[in-house]
Design a protein around this ligand. Structure first.
Ligand code: COA
Length: 350
């Protein structure tokens, strides 16, 4: 009986060995393809920088030729073609790995955070927006409780959550940036400053100055949570429309349709944003006067300065968005020019 069992085990093992041999071949093929992919990625990156270098040289030449009116039409056509090519190169780059920024290298080490597929990029961005939404709902609930109840532990738990939240945002935004997001430097700096501000709030001793500022601070957070919800609605709309524009055969949304929706969304959102900035200025103003009180610690003037920086940076950056959006239309058209075999025709017909 035992012998038979051993025999069947040996037979099983031989069967498994044959299957393993197939697996081994498959794995070898896979490793070879990986190596091939690595080589192709390197080649593509080299070619892209070569294209960029030559475009740079051509642009300089075109600038000089621009003065002569007889060249005007040809120069304009070439400039258009350059814009299309830049958008095409940007598109290609989205499928290639990029190296981490210094901040990510320090935090995560040299792990690869590139997302090489458009669909997954959209998903990651969507997840980032949802993360902000969930945290602003939690922030809203915390602010309400803190307005109703005066408990130091609850206050500190909320402020600690803010430190963690803003810190996490800076990491997620750096990953988005590596993956081609056009997020402006200020919004990332804004979240770094917010992390510092939340850290300073956390170590602000429980003095009468804090007590005087506490209610205003909770109302401010309540308001910011509402604004963040509105921002979420706007960003979701933009993301959905950009995604639809990016799909090859989807004709549901045009660039014009996207723009008219975007302006509607922006004109609804902007007043709420500017009220938020006024609130930030008011925080800075109140803290400035509180800093002259006897029991005011260094945290008070520091927070006043941080709120003022946030106010100024937000005001300037958001106000710059409008003229930029007006110029953006043609860039967007080039960005969504379909890549395919018909490049030359597109370049000629444009
Ligand atoms: N935080 C994070 N990402 C932002 C951002 C912000 N505040 N503002 C813009 N982005 C991202 C966009 O999602 C887009 O990402 P993508 O390239 O991955 O698609 C990229 O940056 C470029 O966006 P842009 O076209 O410049 O602006 P937009 O139309 O997406 O948004 C505003 C314009 C003004 C609505 C937006 O910047 C905003 O809400 N700003 C206010 C933020 C603020 O003040 N917060 C504090 C409230 S008191």
């Amino acid at each position: 009986m035992e012998l038979t069992d051993v025999d069947s085990c040996i037979k099983d093992w031989d069967d498994l060995f044959a299957e393993y041999k197939n697996l081994e071949t498959l794995n070898k093929q896979y490793v070879a393809k990986l190596e091939e992919v690595g080589e192709l990625q390197g080649k593509c990156m080299k070619e892209i920088s070569h294209q960029r270098y030559r475009i740079g040289v051509m642009k300089n030449t075109l600038k000089k030729l621009d003065d002569d009116p007889s060249n005007k039409a040809a120069v304009e056509q070439l400039e258009k073609n350059i814009m299309i090519r830049k958008a095409q190169l940007y598109d290609m780059e989205e499928s290639l790995p990029k190296s981490n920024s210094l901040y990510l290298k320090i935090i995560l080490g040299n792990v690869n955070v590139s997302i090489l597929n458009k669909e997954n990029k959209y998903k990651y961005k969507e997840e980032y927006e949802k993360f902000k939404l969930v945290l602003s709902v939690i922030g809203f609930v915390f602010s309400v409780f803190n307005l109703l109840v005066n408990a130091r532990a609850l206050e500190l738990a909320f402020i600690f959550l803010l430190v963690w939240y803003y810190c996490t945002l800076t990491i997620r935004e750096s990953i988005l940036k590596v993956n081609g997001s056009r997020i402006k430097g200020w919004w990332r700096i804004h979240h770094f400053i917010s992390t510092v501000a939340a850290g300073v709030l956390l170590i602000w001793p429980n003095t009468s100055t804090w007590f005087q500022f506490r209610t205003q601070f909770m109302w401010f957070n309540l308001y910011i949570s509402v604004v963040q919800y509105l921002q979420f609605r706007y960003q979701q709309g933009v993301l959905y429309r950009l995604r639809t524009l990016g799909e090859r055969h989807n004709m549901d949304i045009t660039i014009e349709g996207f723009h008219s929706w975007m302006w509607k969304g922006l004109s609804f959102l902007l007043p709420f944003l500017y009220i938020g900035y006024a609130f930030q200025f008011y925080n800075a103003y109140v803290l400035f006067f509180l800093s002259y009180q006897e029991d005011a610690t260094w945290q008070v003037p520091m927070l006043s300065a941080l709120f003022f920086m946030l106010f100024m940076g937000n005001l300037v950056t958001t106000s710059m968005v409008i003229p930029q959006k007006l110029q953006e239309r043609s860039k967007l058209r080039y960005r969504f020019k379909r890549n395919g075999n018909n490049h030359r025709e597109e370049e000629k017909s444009d």
